[in-house]
Ligand binder design. Structure first.
Ligand SMILES: *Cc1c(COP(=O)(O)O)cnc(C)c1O
Length: 426
């Protein structure tokens, strides 16, 4: 690396040239000793857009003014509130509007989708997933398997990195799918692995799954708002994501659900039903006999939690304004810059400490996140980062996860992270 790249001046010049630099001002940046923190945990909880308050206040005002009549009289009638979010969310995941609905929470949605799409039989009941998936996904998958009377030890095929490697070989996924072939009922993988930051080739995985007759779904918690998604074109059967990571929509915020058009207008698909998935033109007739809405909306159970949805809408409006393409362009630059600085520091201090970035190097195999394996120093080094106003994420036994987020992180943040890291090495 050119020596002067790791300088405040160089970083500030990059910020000056950044067409998205103004967006940082749209967010509240947590403070540390009167200064902006280096907030690199947007992959865990995105920052609060300053406008969120106005969006929520508008609904509080309409609630005060109209009471129950707000369902129809509110400026954005609550009866159809989720519809205000659909198109913007659909753009982020590369879907048609009818394929997306914003509702419930992530793990709930995964279960609801698996109830419909994991339909094991005596000969075809296996689930192919990644080893070390996010714990909630592991629990959800195992409980689905048990619910159908199978043994997770037998039914779950977990793909893991080859010996001595940290990330999963893409070809190994495809080969395992062909190997187990018609034993696989469902392929369910996280689009971006939460621990290593590895981005999977969802298009090829979907194709391979379909070739053996399996359904294919993805958990996009770490992918939505981070990487390019084309769920419709890739023919993905189903997907779900949360809105509070890269999508900045409040802790525990609402989730998104995708069901491919191929499964639209099929009321015969088994599902757990609730009144909000019922044909909306007759919903309030409260008649017996569930008639699902066509498309993803037919998987809704409950009426919209409007306050949480308002927070999500505030953020989606920013995404709609910027567009994923520009965000991705900046994200690549930011993450590459961060990688260079870490490697530069690591090379300078091999005597004291070594950093190994376990996230794939190739642009198409990662998003914003870098996961650093800290050899030689562990938690104390992380604590020293925290003392200097860096907010990062520590995972036992020795991994630091950091994610510079293109909407609000700057190149100067990356520089300041480098300075803090060098200080922390001591
Ligand atoms: C963050 C995350 C979750 C969290 O699920 P909730 O239902 O929102 O608590 C689940 N799965 C993955 C892969 C995640 O990254």
């Amino acid at each position: 690396m050119v020596a002067n790249k790791f300088s405040l001046q160089f970083a500030q010049e990059l910020d000056q040239k950044d067409p998205l630099k103004e967006y940082r001002n749209r967010f509240f940046i947590p403070q540390h000793n009167g200064q902006d923190t280096v907030y690199f945990t947007g992959n865990s909880l995105g920052l609060q857009p300053k406008k969120v308050k106005d969006y929520i206040q508008a609904e509080l005002d309409d609630w005060a003014k109209f009471g129950v009549e707000g369902h129809f009289e509110a400026k954005k009638p609550w009866f159809a509130y989720h519809e205000f979010l659909t198109e913007k969310a659909a753009k982020i995941v590369g879907a048609k509007n009818s394929e997306v609905v914003i509702t419930h929470s992530l793990t709930t949605n995964l279960h609801l989708l698996m109830v419909s799409f994991y339909r094991p039989s005596k000969t075809r009941y296996k689930i192919l997933c990644e080893k070390k998936a996010f714990p909630s996904d592991q629990y959800a998958l195992e409980s689905q398997v048990k619910f159908h009377g199978y043994d997770p030890k037998d039914a779950m095929i977990e793909i893991e990195p080859r010996h001595g490697e940290h990330t999963i070989n893409d070809q190994d996924i495809l080969d395992t799918i062909s190997k187990f072939g018609n034993e696989i009922a469902m392929v369910m993988i996280g689009g971006v692995n939460y621990y290593t930051g590895q981005l999977f080739d969802m298009k090829s995985i979907t194709e391979a799954g379909h070739n053996v007759g399996a359904v294919v779904g993805f958990d996009l918690a770490h992918a939505a708002g981070n990487v390019k998604l084309n769920l419709h074109d890739w023919q993905v059967d189903f997907a779900a994501w949360c809105s509070y990571k890269y999508l900045n929509s409040s802790p525990g915020g609402v989730s998104g659900m995708f069901v491919h058009e191929n499964h639209e207008n099929k009321p015969e698909i088994p599902r757990f039903a609730g009144w909000w998935g019922h044909n909306k033109s007759v919903r309030f007739l409260m008649e017996p006999g569930f008639k699902p809405m066509p498309g993803a909306e037919g998987w809704q159970l409950s009426n919209a939690p409007v306050l949480g949805m308002a927070a999500h809408l505030a953020s989606l409006d920013i995404f709609a304004e910027v567009g994923m393409d520009k965000l991705i362009e900046k994200r690549i630059q930011l993450t590459n810059y961060l990688e260079e600085i870490i490697q530069d520091i690591s090379a300078k201090h091999t005597d004291k400490c070594q950093f190994e970035i376990i996230t794939p190097k190739e642009e198409k195999r990662r998003g914003a996140q870098l996961s650093i394996l800290v050899h030689g120093k562990g938690k104390p080094l992380f604590d020293k980062l925290t003392e200097q106003g860096v907010i990062a994420d520590w995972r036992e036994p020795n991994v630091i996860r950091i994610a510079p987020v293109p909407l609000y992180n700057s190149f100067e943040d990356v520089y300041r992270f480098g300075v803090a890291l060098e200080n922390a090495i001591g």
